[in-house]
Design a protein around this ligand. Structure first.
Ligand code: SAM
Ligand code: ZN
Length: 313
């Protein structure tokens, strides 16, 4: 541990440094203590009920999600990451980076392979436990349990901050976005992916189905999602006009049906699933003083945007 120790601050009062005792960290300013369990500092405050729902559904997912396309770490994930973010491989070497909402750690893995010094945080015990188990013994990876709404890092700590598929699961996507901004160094890059606004009809019926499915226990909802993975194109095309479903074709699909089932569990479980237009997210970047803001093209269902922090507002 420890390449990130000097970046830490108290999530409650933002004072630093945090003092390390045997099995916990203490804030000298406000007296709050934070446990270190399983080698992972738990820099998380009491969370409200709506966030607890998000935590609970993702915790279930990460504990179960251990044999899927995205949790079998291999170089193809690194290539996919580079293709997605469209930055050169050399950019990452030696950079301080934050993976905010790391889930089970696929992009933490990619960043670590690219020789960044990676800090990975997630709201869930399941996510950080899996990430720590897979990657925690690497010198360039540190894992923390924390919320994006109260991140325990000092301003200007990171050259590259990414948050992939996370912000729209908080109660206010733009507010969560704003929490990331101060952590980026001047001239550093912020890179986010949020769900793209869908057509009215599908958004409506997907919300109705989500409401129904959310009344089920996680396991039952996950099992049900298997029926939303279609293997025949015609029913898929018809139903996908109304609700979010997936299509698995053994000869062309990159990901396996089980990974698709997890993706659908992901789409139907969290209480918050906001969707945004690229223009909206661009405005957040501009308002926060970023330049070179650009939308990554051809991203089905997702808005992927990055910008360089210019320091001018
Ligand atoms: C769809 S998963 C994406 C995980 C990972 N970024 C990836 O691409 O594989 C969303 C993740 O966001 C995390 N998350 C949701 N709300 C969060 C919050 N307030 N703070 C930190 N993580 C959060 C969840 O625990 C979950 O791991
Ligand atoms: Zn404090």
């Amino acid at each position: 541990m420890d390449h990130a120790a000097d970046k830490l601050c108290c999530p409650k009062c933002r004072a630093y440094p945090l003092v390390q005792n045997s099995d916990h960290l203490v804030c000298k300013e406000c007296g709050e203590t934070y446990g270190v369990i399983g080698g992972i500092p738990r820099l998380i405050l009491k969370i409200p009920d709506d966030t607890a729902q998000i935590q609970e559904v993702f915790d279930f997912e990460h504990r179960l999600y251990q044999d899927s396309y995205y949790t079998r770490f291999s170089p193809r994930l690194v290539e996919q990451f580079l293709e997605d973010c469209q930055l050169p491989r050399e950019y990452f070497s030696g950079k301080d980076v934050l993976d905010a909402g790391c889930g089970s750690g696929r992009w933490t893995y990619a960043l670590a392979e690219l020789n960044s010094r990676v800090v990975a945080v997630d709201l869930t015990d399941g996510g950080v436990a899996v990430t720590q188990a897979e990657l925690g013994d690497r010198d360039n990876v540190e894992v923390y349990q924390a919320s994006i709404e109260e991140l325990p890092f000092r301003d200007e700590s990171f050259d590259f901050v990414m948050s992939w598929g996370v912000l729209h699961h908080t109660r206010d996507t733009q507010e969560a976005f704003k929490q990331l901004v101060p952590l980026v160094k001047t001239q550093g890059i912020l890179y986010v992916m949020v769900y793209k606004k869908d057509n009215f009809l599908r958004a409506f019926f997907t919300n109705v189905l989500r409401k129904i499915l959310r009344s089920l226990p996680n396991r039952k909802r996950y099992d049900f999602c298997r029926f939303l993975v279609f293997r025949h194109k015609i029913p898929y095309l018809l139903i996908s006009r109304l609700v979010i479903v997936s299509y698995y074709n053994p000869s062309t699909s990159r990901i396996d049906p089980k990974t698709m089932q997890f993706g659908l569990y992901d789409a139907y479980s969290p209480r918050y699933n906001f969707r945004h237009t690229p223009q909206e997210v661009m405005t957040w970047f501009m308002d926060a003083g970023f330049s070179d803001v650009h939308v990554i093209p051809k991203t089905y269902g997702a808005v992927k945007i990055q910008g360089v922090k210019s320091g001018k507002r």
